[in-house]
Ligand binder design. Structure first.
Ligand code: E4P
Length: 218
């Protein structure tokens, strides 16, 4: 399972990268705005900084909602750095743009996916990644993890190569559950990744080992 971090915060990205387990980064316009990154030039420069920090795929989202605009923006983003994956919303023009980019060998991430049908269309259009938002489904009392299972079943039935990128991951249990269900990738905050380390028996066991060592090596 690949681990992506879902942020535009360079410190968090560097910390996850330093752990040695990071496979990529996802961003979206809200995450960029949260870091105060505004204006086309600054946004492109920020994507470059992210690409310089990590080795894996970096999803960069288009703002346009029409086919021509998405193609223009996506081509500019893809030309920025080989690690860039063009992130497109799952609307009709987004699916058309996905097909256009996949025919040209440009990698895509189809985002804002909330149903198995949307994920099926994204795979048909040749998406590299499909991003079901599990946390936002949970927020409206709908089982986000069930969507991961449905997409896994459909993709396996037909051998679609599109990778399931579980998005809107909010906490550590989401990461573990997505791994159990066979999600190819998860993207979440640094806290969800670091949370995987936590166990009180590890902490107390380590404290005891160190105490016993000190007693025997006075
Ligand atoms: C995914 O690509 C999105 O950036 C993200 O996971 C959305 O998460 P949120 O629902 O926590 O905003």
């Amino acid at each position: 399972m690949k681990f992506f971090i879902d942020t535009a915060n360079l410190n968090d990205i560097a910390e996850a990268q330093a752990l040695g387990v990071l496979d990529g980064v996802t961003t979206n316009p809200s995450l960029m705005a949260k870091e105060g990154i505004t204006g086309a030039e600054n946004i492109l420069a920020h994507y470059k900084k992210i690409c310089d920090l990590v080795e894996g795929d970096v999803s960069a989202e288009v703002i346009s909602t029409d086919f021509e605009g998405m193609v223009k923006e996506g081509e500019a983003l893809a030309a920025l750095h080989p690690q860039i994956v063009v992130k497109l919303p799952v609307i009709a023009d987004g699916i058309k743009a996905c097909k256009y980019f996949s025919d040209k060998g440009i990698r895509t991430n189809v985002t804002l996916v909330f149903s198995a049908g949307q994920a099926l269309l994204a795979a048909k259009a040749g998406a590299t990644y499909v991003s079901p938002f599990i946390g936002r489904l949970d927020d409206i009392s709908t089982d986000g993890l069930n969507l991961i299972s449905e997409i896994r079943l459909i993709y396996d039935n037909y051998g679609f190569q599109t990778q399931i990128l579980a998005a809107s991951v909010r906490h550590t249990m989401h990461v573990i559950d997505c791994a159990k269900l066979g999600s190819d990738v998860m993207t979440g905050p640094l806290s969800a990744i670091k949370g995987l380390l936590k166990h009180p028996l590890t902490d107390s066991g380590l404290a005891q080992f160190l105490l016993d060592y000190q007693k025997g090596n006075k």
